[in-house]
Design a protein around this ligand. Sequence first.
Ligand SMILES: Cc1cc2nc3c(=O)[nH]c(=O)nc-3n(C[C@H](O)[C@H](O)[C@H](O)COP(=O)(O)OP(=O)(O)OC[C@H]3O[C@@H](n4cnc5c(N)ncnc54)[C@H](O)[C@@H]3O)c2cc1C
Length: 654
Amino acid sequence: MVNARGFLATVGAASKLVQALPADDSFTTTPPSSLSPAAEQIAHDGSLFPGETLQLTPGLLNSIASELHEQLDDHHDALASLFSFVDASSEMKRSDSNCRAYIDNEIWPNGLVWSIFKRLLGKSLLDVAPIASPCYSNWDNYDEDYCSYLASNFTNSHLHMDHPTSVMSPFYQGATCMPIDGEPANCTLGGFPYYVVNATSVAHIQLAINFARTFNMRLVIKNTGHDFAGKSAGAGALSIWTHYLKGISYLSNYNSSTYTGKAFKIGSGVQSYEIYAAADEHDVTVIGGEGETVGFAGGYIAGGGHSPLGSIYGLAADQVLAMEVVTADGKFLSTSEEKNSDLFWALRGGGGSTFGVVTSVTVKAWPKIGATVSSFTFTTSDTGTSEVFWQAMYYFWTHFTTFADAGAYAYFRAYAIGEDEYYFGMTPFFAPNMSKDEHDSLLEPWLLELADLGIELDINATYYDNYYDAWQPSFPLETVGLDAGRIASRLFPRNRWENETLMNETFVVIKNTTENGFYFTGFNMKAELHPDNTENSANPAWRETVLHAITAVAWADGTSTDDIKTLSDSMTYGCMGQWRAVSPGAGSYLGEADSSEPDWQQSFWGTNYDKLLSIKQKYDPYNVFYALHTVGSEGWEVETETGLPTQNGPLCRV
Ligand SMILES: Cc1cc2nc3c(=O)[nH]c(=O)nc-3n(C[C@H](O)[C@H](O)[C@H](O)COP(=O)(O)OP(=O)(O)OC[C@H]3O[C@@H](n4cnc5c(N)ncnc54)[C@H](O)[C@@H]3O)c2cc1C
């Protein structure tokens, strides 16, 4: 064990050393090739994926030290320690700089260090140009045709998920390199990370964590880039890209103290459509999201994860039986109700990029389940007047507890389409475990109310005998990649429907939202803890919810920074202020949230926050992991030139 002073001395010596050493391009001794890649096959009981068995070990670190000693002579001790583990109980402190290392500042690692790091990682350290750099002449990959392709496909999530740094909400990267059709201008890295570790083994992740911790680097984790606040971006950061951790293993007879039955072990790079296909192949059902490209085992489960099956089985995080994770000290840990149970509790709902890098999760597989699905829309053209439109909406509103209690997941939108003209779209009404007749009977009372208003809804429902076939056509790929908008959300509790006055108050607020020009998306559903599942750290507000509501504000290209702030504030404090006022003590869904959420600790975790914070302090006393509004992040902020809440700036202590 190294005490605080000893460690600081080592790092101090190392920083002086790396500053004194020549840069990589002028260094005459190449780091030895025998260092590459630095990973050792560990003995295991067969429960790990191959990539999880390739790890960094103390023995391996010793060999690295000896190799460096031979090649680099006197400097080897300090250099070798730069990639080592720490003991979580020691009081190690990283550089006392107020900010994380930032490109080319005095604590930024020099060329030699990067070169050794690169060698240790094999071919996994990537130097990545912004996704839209082919549109700009200031990068060396200008390509007009590819730029046109990017411009026309930028709203497609497949484009971004397959790219090592791209995020699906580019506003938060700083929108410094959008695909523009026209004059090539200046494209900068902005909030994109500086280097990426394309992780295919635990050893890659351990090296990245140890390196970031030692060098006071900002560390980000990118899985798919779906996060609505661009939480997988970070200027000057080292990024761990988990996309290729794609293992899927079907376990026909998983056995633990809380569960015996079918399960899947799933790599953290696996996406919804991949695990759904695997579950279908085995005639079972996995609880995942509606969004097909969302990373199943990354931010989705870490944030709680709502599902078209949520009203029956609860959150995706509730289904987890075990998780493998690399923590801030660089150690690989297995977690479950039996092992490291505090961390296991925190990882299921406590948020991504907080406690470690998850490498795999094991989740329950439920029996095959059928579903009936329908989609329908109406507008003010169908209702004649906006009064009738809102009356139809109101009637729908009054059935929320009945629909959710029956097991439905109603995904709908309402927005203005003109002066006093509105659109309502149900895309879809998803009724798991219901026959077509049961689905029709559930909707019938509302349809009769609509008929009284003179609205005839043509509802064409289809029954599917399994979840995969029902899900696939019902949730088309959603649009991403827009840099001129932000979202916010609220979990409206059941008690708002307990009496007419409260229900009416809530309805009026949502009506105001739409009338004031904000978009409205609703998920009428519930997410109670299923009696067969175990408690976790997901927002307790979920357990009371019958409506997860999202609003959004958008602005035109070229809107000034000041106007963006004004519009954003009108959503966060104006519209959302009203939502909060009618749902006191409720919360917001972390996975689909406002990047300026006030009192976010309460909103995202309620009474679970204090316990989560103590677990964060236990497993990451160094604050290696940071993302906006994650547990323990209150001491840090990204300093941006514009004052907008983007990731385009150094990460500094508040
Ligand atoms: C089109 C679309 C559809 C959606 N559909 C749904 C839905 O049906 N249900 C629902 O609940 N949510 C949905 N979401 C929200 C989604 O669940 C969250 O954005 C989630 O955080 C995405 O996780 P990711 O890993 O795919 O994305 P990323 O943006 O890559 O990661 C999100 C966060 O998790 C962290 N993270 C990722 N992987 C790891 C890891 N292995 N270890 C530790 N931290 C990690 C990242 O650092 C980041 O902070 C949707 C979002 C979009 C844009």
